[in-house]
Design a protein around this ligand. Structure first.
Ligand code: SF4
Length: 281
């Protein structure tokens, strides 16, 4: 018998959304996450753990969200002529933690424009670049954008960006307060003929989905939110956990996808647990 109906590798925005949808459909899910858990208590009532603080040393110098380049260095090379690597250390460091890259993102969530789905036919092709048009267009995606904005909780002002595509409804929340720098630069940009507007942001401007409004502490990008006012990926993770059908296993390094005897279908995942023990689910 299988342990669960589905294994999700990674607890970032994509994995959290998949777990939310699957558990909502009645599936049982195990989520494997390479990083530590600083985000949510994994048992009810799934409150923030209180690990997050406005601390630049902790986040930037001590790699609170990992990976720590001293313990887990990454390598870089431009091509095979460089040999194995030209550099070892911190390369494009993305958080390795429950919540993934969404944990430290400042949550700007614009939609693609119609032209973005047809970049090759409208703007390309480009020599040496393997670019194709998307197999879907904006009109087809619009209901999914609306659903994702509702799920995450996006604050914004419909119609404020004259270049944005049509929307089937307003943003779930009004925009939050402008930063002082934005107040100053808005007037300057308008004098130059630009169209500044409040960027759609996955941050609560008012209480939403059981989470408080942002208090404008200013430590969004590169930090986690101490009060869970950022929705992405807290919202879908909480939803999945609340069903009782989702188990998150932090500090579990997914090593390989296991295939069935014909080598055609995934039947599980092998991972290294925190004690280095190899396990399968
Ligand atoms: S309180 Fe607001 S500004 Fe501070 S981290 Fe949270 S969402 Fe960002």
């Amino acid at each position: 018998m299988p342990d669960v109906d589905a294994v999700v590798v990674g607890t970032g925005p994509a994995g959290a959304t998949a777990a939310d949808v699957l558990t909502g459909a009645g599936w049982s899910v195990v989520m494997l996450e390479k990083g530590r858990n600083h985000l949510l208590a994994l048992d009810p009532p799934y409150a923030p753990l209180g690990h997050v603080s406005n601390d630049e040393i902790k986040f930037f110098k001590r790699y609170f969200l990992g990976p720590d380049p001293y313990l887990e260095p990454r390598t870089y090379r431009r091509d095979e002529n460089d040999g194995d690597r030209t550099y070892t250390g911190e390369v494009n460091n993305l958080p390795s933690t429950v919540g993934g890259g969404g944990f430290h993102a400042d949550g700007k969530l614009p939609r693609f424009r119609a032209i973005d789905f047809r970049a090759r036919s409208e703007l390309g092709p480009i020599d040496g670049a393997d670019i194709v048009d998307w197999p879907v267009d904006y009109d087809e995606m619009e209901p999914y954008y609306a659903e994702a904005e509702r799920l995450v909780g996006v604050a914004g002002l419909a119609g404020a960006n004259p270049f944005a595509e049509w929307r089937s409804g307003p943003y779930p929340m009004p925009p939050g307060a402008d930063m002082y720098g934005a107040v100053l630069t808005t007037a300057a940009a308008e004098r130059l003929g630009f169209h500044p507007y409040p960027a759609p942001t996955g941050v609560n401007s008012i209480p939403y989905d059981g989470r408080p409004a942002c208090n404008n502490c200013g430590f969004c990008g590169h930090y986690g939110c101490p009060i869970d006012a950022k929705g992405d990926p807290v919202a879908p993770l909480r939803n999945a956990l609340r069903t009782g059908r989702c188990e998150v296993r932090p500090e579990a390094f997914a090593e390989r996808v296991l295939l069935d005897a014909r080598g055609r279908q995934a039947r599980g995942v092998r991972y290294l647990a925190i004690n280095g023990e190899a396990r399968e689910v």
